[in-house]
Design a protein around this ligand. Sequence first.
Ligand code: ADP
Length: 742
Amino acid sequence: MDRHFAIVDRIIPWKDGMDVRFEIARDITENMKNRMETERIKEQYELVISGTNDGIWDWNIKTNELFLSRRWKEMLGFDDHEIKNEFASLMSLLHDDDVPGVQDYVQKYLKGEIEKFAIEFRMKHKNGSFVWILARGEALRNENGIPYRMAGSHSDITERKNAEENLRSVSEMQALLMQIALDFINVLEEDVDSAIHNSLRQLASFVSADRAYVFDYDWNNNVCNNTYEWCQEGITPEIDNLQNIPNESNREWIETHKLGQEIYIEDLSQMSPDDPSRKILEPQGIKSLLTVPLMDRDKCIGFLGFDSVLAIHKYSDKEKTLLHIFGEMLVNIANRKNLVMAKEEALRASRAKSDFLAIMSHEIRTPMNAIIGMTDLALMSDDDIARFEYLVIVKESGIHLLQVINDILDFAKIENGKLILEEHHFPIRKTFQQAERIYHLECEKAGLSLSVSLDPDIPEIMYGDDLRIRQIIINLINNAIKFTEKGGISVKAGIKRDIQLEDDEIALEITVADTGCGIPLEKQDLIFTKFEQSDMSTARKYGGTGLGLAIVKELVTMMKGHITVESTLGAGCTFNLWLVIRKGSMEQIFDRKKFIPSMGKPLNILLAEDNEVNILLATTVLERLGCSVSVARNGIEALDFLKEKNFEIVLMDIKMPKMDGIEATKQIRNGACGQDKKDVCIIGLSAHAISDIRDTGMEAGMNDYITKPIDILTLQEKIYHGMGKKLTDDPSPDLVSSGNNR
Ligand code: ADP
């Protein structure tokens, strides 16, 4: 084996100025071997450092010097020269929240309290993000166990950490959804709103949203409404500003939601400044947003939204999926709520209907009993005065019965959407006077005052349905009398001026006030609903069907108006309503006096009617008007009569055996009774004042229509209009047209 020597040259002074030179050879073979070994180890060490993917650190605890490998610095995005090799560099890059934990851990390890050094923490990357680090290491200690040096590695575990975090977050979210689902399953109907609100709060905190909300799409009105909202403290609620938002205002969203797709804006600032969504969302301070459509099968009924205001939030796919599941839960609970509401409504309606039937049978039986009982007495009595009194009661009971039946009919018409308003010219003051006259005596008997006052500005003649206006007034006065024991009733009418109308229209304002028992606040809206009475026991005491105000409200609405009530329990009620009505003209008014004298000779009237009582009533009325009446008991007989004789008017019952009034009218118009009879004036008669029957009659060719029982004034007016053309040689065109229009 070769040996290595080191030659040392020494010159030592000898004597007489002479020097001696020594050459010493030292065997350095061992030294050389050691040095080469050290070089090899160093090389190996550097190879390990640069070869590993981990960052290496080596800390001299005594001097606090810290070696940080190039890879250590690269892991955080820095070049070698950008970070000084000292302990402070490491500490300055630690996540603030992790500093105390790391310091504590290191101290414990150095004290020997922890056996193996391995800790996870976050360090700041040059680009501002945080990198998760797993630090491992080992300390060298002196014979007393005091550490003087420590070295180890840093591994980047961000990916693993994120995956773990994701998994944790998803399972936490699943647990949360499970909890919400359980809450929803067990929730009582009255707690649904607070359960939804609560779940929004939980989900929002979970996805770091600052505002979570639900919108309903109202496709009928083409608007959407914010129905639920939860906001983080310090975030302004928007729910009040977000009602009745036209769907047109953000078509793109609507179309996306309709397709069942979400809308996700990760960072609003990255959108084009012209983007309509950005323009809407930016003023609300929104940075990120996710909306999930609420799909009821194929139909989008709304959407669920999460706004991030304080910081951008990047939603993972899992988060989105879970929010979609929550959306489905919301749809389910909304459907359940609707179902329960529908069921409750159906139950309530059916209860109200049975109450109504009970009330109705009572309302019908009472006057019926009076009619039958009084008729019996009249038949048995020989005393004319007593008989007269019994018949008065029979008549009053009949009128009452008719009123009940009219209410039922009106109600049925309302239910079918078949209630129609007639229009004619009438003196409005007279309508109020008639109502006053009807109740004047009754009030006097009950010791109540009744005052009716009309603003002088109200035009004298109006054009509209006077009978329906009278019905409204009568209904309100009737109720007022019924529910007032002392004091009085005041009716006022005036013009409401703060409504935009056509030139020929006015808004008539009517107030009916009483000093009666009043209506409890919680019932004040309900009393306008069909079958509802504010107090069943008082209703029993005072009678009534519970339909009156529902009909009044419908009539007022049909006249483009509105009705409200104000009341203090025990201190009376004030019903306030307005309705729109057109101004009329004096010339158009039917003047009863003009009718009979102008006829000269009796009118020939053909009455086609199968009911004997109706025949008796109608012929008596007609004969009193000076008419000559022929009676046909079905359509065929009517045609035969008409073929034989000329009639000015045919009063044609619609329902008759063999041939009904509709068919008979068609045949007359087709010339079955001769060409000269084709245009005879035909007035239909029916017990049902519904638009369908009237329309069928008019379509068949009838000129007009009367509801039975025949009222003398109406009959007179209808004949007057029907005869308009023939009564004068030079008829006014208005007279003729108004006759045929109704
Ligand atoms: P009814 O035929 O029962 O009177 P309405 O629809 O006219 O039906 O009225 C409904 C209910 O409203 C009444 O049963 C009564 O409870 C209440 N009501 C109506 N008008 C008055 C009033 N002037 N004072 C007190 N209660 C009233």
